[in-house]
Design a protein around this ligand. Structure first.
Ligand code: FAD
Length: 510
């Protein structure tokens, strides 16, 4: 990868303590939302400073790392952020330039029409909805947009596709933001080839080439408010970034915490935490699968989406599969010896449950999330559908993350699972799509930011990440988060009397 922009990356250790740095805009966070907002503003001629808490790493750094090393390099708190409530949900997130896009699976989908309708009708995001198709097309041009090719589909995906067809479910090959993917199979550990177009290898380099400055290892401490409007950001060692426009894009857990002390008036700050709670099933086959070869997340079910259930292919390295397989000692060892014969499906639900982010005295925010009955039932149904598909594809056994149903020996066990009344604490859960904690809406009663992304009551302060999305796009969110950020940038530029640069990003040098 061409790193000709590295002279625009500064470690604040190199900035004298107490110094003030001025620009037209400061963007906090360099993930899906922050990167895109910074890029659009800089490209249109504003000067932008991007503050990112994590380091700048690329495939050169993490491509050869062991899974546990890569998790330590790229994940916040080693991947161990979690909720409290009637069951703990693990919420992995990226802590690096590019944010969670560096560790995500690269699935790139437009929001479903019913989700966009809701943004328009319920939250008054008319302008955003009107431009959405164009915005998606612009983003797909910038970060690539390709269905998974057959030669990198991998056997895990083929087993899923065959099983779904046999069991009568309609599925589709997923589209991904990649250029030159060879199916290395470790998206969630950072792409070793920089083929996945995560923000650290796509949009951030473009923003820096356009003139933006990136400050790594630079956690924003506080947004400064003067005379009722945003004026700057306080960083470590007394360094101050001053600008009339501040965009908070620290992700749906940290953005509400940063906004809390700014005088934001809108209701719902830190509330409405949604996350698409997820789990998985493992199928053990007689034949060799070699699930680590090919794209782990290449196929999904389409017809379950209307029931609020998403099923997608995934795969896990031995160090992450081992701890969640049942048994220990010789029986566990016997299962692990068959690692090459496992296929894995992941599923999640598009939920009603809403959690809340609370500040805490430690660096671990408190994430409250009490899973409601309809979501528990949907999770059980999703597990049963996934297991049914694996059995239809020929699995000898299926292992679930549901207490009491750890091992299913035949399709006959599915009836028992479907009829069971499972409690939240019986589920092993994680979640990957955190959102909604500072949502955009047309009144301060409904949202924290107005439909342009400006925080109600604090001129000059904007939200441009997953927090701003008022309801779920139903599918994987990164492309929609980027679309929200493009929309926020468009509004800021229009207020400043500058149009967004309408040239397609692919016309820029890479
Ligand atoms: C394992 C995994 C797989 C996923 N797979 C997919 C997928 O295939 N498709 C999809 O659409 N979505 C996927 N997602 C979700 C998607 O990646 C996220 O929804 C998206 O990246 C969120 O964007 P964001 O800008 O809100 O936050 P992030 O991308 O998390 O960026 C926030 C950034 O802010 C930084 N930050 C936080 N606090 C501060 C501070 N005080 N100062 C400075 N910087 C700060 C963080 O370090 C981080 O870099 C996945 C998520 C995970 C965890």
């Amino acid at each position: 990868m061409n790193l000709d922009f590295l002279d625009r990356v500064t470690d604040p250790e190199r900035v004298p303590p107490g110094r003030t740095i001025e620009s037209d805009a400061v963007v906090i966070g360099s993930g899906a939302g922050g990167a895109v907002a910074a890029f659009e503003l800089q490209r249109a001629g504003l000067s932008v400073a991007i503050l990112e808490e994590g380091p700048y790493l690329t495939g050169r750094d993490y491509g050869r790392a062991s899974p546990l090393e890569a998790v330590r390099m790229l994940y916040r708190k080693g991947g161990l952020t979690f909720t409290v409530g009637n069951q703990s949900v693990l919420l992995p997130a990226g802590l690096c330039v590019g944010g969670t896009t560096v560790i995500n699976s690269g699935t790139s989908l437009r929001a479903l029409p019913q989700a966009v309708q809701r943004w328009r009708d319920e939250f008054g995001l008319t302008d955003l909805a009107d431009h959405l198709d164009d915005t998606y097309a612009r983003l797909e041009d910038a970060i690539g947009h390709a269905p998974v090719r057959e030669e990198i589909f991998g056997k895990n995906g083929r087993i899923f596709r065959e099983g779904a067809q046999r069991a009568g479910y309609r599925g589709a090959v997923l589209t991904r933001n990649e250029r030159g993917c060879r199916g290395a199979g470790r998206c969630f550990l950072g792409c070793p080839d920089d083929a996945k177009q995560a923000m650290n290898v796509s949009i951030i380099p473009q923003a820096l080439r356009a003139g933006a400055r990136l400050y790594t290892h630079c956690p924003a401490k506080r947004v400064l408010i003067e005379n009722g409007r945003a004026a700057g950001v306080l960083a470590p060692r007394g360094v101050t970034f001053r600008a009339p426009t501040i965009i908070v894009a620290a992700g749906a857990v940290y953005t509400p915490l940063l906004l809390r002390r700014t005088g934001a008036r809108g209701r719902g700050l830190g509330r409405h935490l949604k996350m698409h709670p997820a789990s998985r099933v493992f199928g053990l086959f007689d034949e060799e699968i070699r699930g680590w070869e090919g794209v782990p997340q290449g196929y999904h079910l389409e017809d379950t989406l209307r029931e609020g259930i998403s099923v997608e292919g995934i795969f896990l390295p031995p160090s992450l599969l081992g701890p969640v397989l049942p048994d220990f000692g010789p029986r566990h060892d016997a299962l692990m010896q068959q690692y090459n014969r496992f296929a894995i499906l992941g599923f999640r639900v598009i939920e009603d449950t809403e959690g809340r982010v609370f500040p805490s005295l430690s660096s671990w925010p408190i994430l409250w999330y009490w899973l409601k009955r309809p979501d528990i039932d949907r999770l059980v149904k999703a597990a049963a559908i996934s297991a049914e598909i694996l059995f239809a594809a020929g699995a000898r056994k299926v292992f679930t993350g549901i207490h009491g149903f750890e091992e299913l020996s035949s399709p006959a066990d599915l009836k028992r699972l479907r009829e069971a009344r499972v409690g939240a604490s019986d589920l092993e859960l994680s979640a990957y799509h955190v959102q909604g904690t500072a949502r955009m809406a047309d009144t301060p009663e409904k949202g924290v930011a107005d439909p342009s992304g400006q925080v109600w009551g604090v001129p000059g302060l904007y939200v441009a990440d997953a927090s701003a999305m008022p309801s779920t796009p139903i599918v994987n969110p990164q492309l929609s988060i980027m679309a929200f950020a493009t929309h926020v940038a468009r509004g800021i530029l229009s207020r400043a009397g500058r149009p967004i640069d309408e040239r397609r990003p692919s016309h820029l040098p890479r």
